[in-house]
Design a protein around this ligand. Structure first.
Ligand SMILES: [Zn+2]
Length: 380
């Protein structure tokens, strides 16, 4: 608008409507009365200017859209064909505790479809120095651009498989199949029950191969394909509120189903109470948490990890990807993701109890590759 006003003033001077010399010729007010031709001229010029400006704006818009389209093509993270959804996600099968309400069951099953429809693939903001980076990384440091980084894509493929949302959903499905309803402990969102049951069974104590929840008897199977996860009412509140938070929670629980490197003999002895100790002597089989150290916000609670790719690390990595992905949907709340990522990253420690500075190592592509192997053998 101000541009048009200036333009009118300039035009008016050029047409002698408001000439400086008028001050010395007769009354100033007289000279302010424009002739009908002048009025017509000004009107026409304003109209032309407006049209030109609109045209320019339109061109600029088109140019930007075109550039954005190219950028998206370039930085799209994985290009998953629709058929993958039909072939894979649609065929997911879970055994769902009959104690869940119909609504809860539907929320759980629809979650996979919802997430896939919103964000089948990831499109990174190219130069985003977002809320999280700003907290941890010096603005003068040159950070590798993850949208183009092969290394970042390698982290993703090593953790989940082919690039795209479907791999994340498959990872969940591959590591849990039995979903139980849990009413107790309202502050916990989800618990991986299957891994502990399986470790107990393999250790031969208690010598049982079935367990009962409610009226249903389950056989203790593989901790992955037969993985058992219990969900608390809070999980369903989260699913309704932000479906991506529910998915990152399940990725966390899925990681607990993986026995990386096999079940160490020392852990078997611990399960059999042949050796003492409050905490399990080994963590990689099941990726169980350690107590957060004194001084930590969660000091004394089993809510920290030493491994960068444990349950918290994997959840943080996925949340970070979601945070940096282009997503117009209301379920993609940047601030909420940022808060989540910040919290998750604060739980990843180095063995000397100092925070891992996970984000820095991740952004500078210095994190080691994740070991996502799973072995159901007892190892020395
Ligand atoms: Zn956990």
């Amino acid at each position: 608008m101000w541009r048009i006003l200036i333009y009118i003033a300039v035009v008016a001077i050029a047409h002698g409507v408001m000439p400086a010399r008028a001050l010395s010729q007769g009354s100033f007010l007289d000279t302010l009365q424009p002739s009908p031709e002048d009025v017509e001229d000004v009107g026409r010029i304003i109209e032309e200017t407006r049209r030109e400006a609109e045209q320019k704006e339109e061109e600029e818009r088109n140019r930007k859209n075109e550039a954005l389209k190219k950028e998206k093509q370039k930085y799209t993270f994985g290009n998953v064909p629709e058929t993958l959804f039909e072939n894979k996600v649609n065929k997911f099968k879970f055994s769902i505790d009959p104690n869940f309400s119909k609504k809860e069951e539907e929320l759980f099953l629809n979650m996979f479809h919802r997430v896939y429809r919103i964000l089948p693939r990831f499109v990174f903001y190219r130069n985003a120095r977002d809320l999280i980076d700003a907290e941890y990384i010096d603005p003068n440091e040159i950070v590798p651009d993850i949208s183009t980084s092969e290394m970042f894509k390698k982290y993703f493929s090593a953790a989940f498989g082919p690039l795209g949302m479907v791999s994340i959903l498959e990872y969940i499905h591959n590591n849990m199949r039995i979903i139980l309803k849990k009413k107790k402990n309202k502050n916990v969102i989800a618990t991986n029950v299957g891994m502990t049951l399986w470790q107990n069974k393999v250790s031969g104590f208690p010598n049982e191969s079935t367990y009962k929840f409610g009226n249903t008897t389950y056989r203790i199977g593989s901790p992955t394909r037969g993985g058992v996860v219990s969900l608390n009412p809070l999980f369903f509140e989260i699913t309704e509120e932000n479906v991506f938070n529910a998915i990152t929670t399940l990725v966390h629980e899925a990681r607990h189903s993986q026995c990386t490197g096999g079940l160490p003999n020392i852990l078997v002895k611990w399960f059999r109470s042949e050796i003492g100790g409050e905490d399990p002597p080994s963590r990689k089989c099941g990726h169980s948490h350690i107590k957060c150290p004194p001084g930590h916000d969660l000091a004394g609670i089993y809510a920290c990890d030493y491994e960068p790719w444990g349950a918290y690390g994997l959840e943080a990595f996925l949340s970070y990807i979601l945070l940096r992905s282009e997503c117009d949907w209301e379920q993609c709340d940047d601030n909420q993701f940022a808060a989540n990522v910040s919290d998750l990253m604060s739980r990843i420690l180095k063995p000397d109890h100092s925070p891992y500075h996970y984000i820095k190592e991740l952004r500078f592509l210095k994190l080691p590759m994740p070991d996502m192997s799973h072995t159901e053998r007892i190892v020395p």
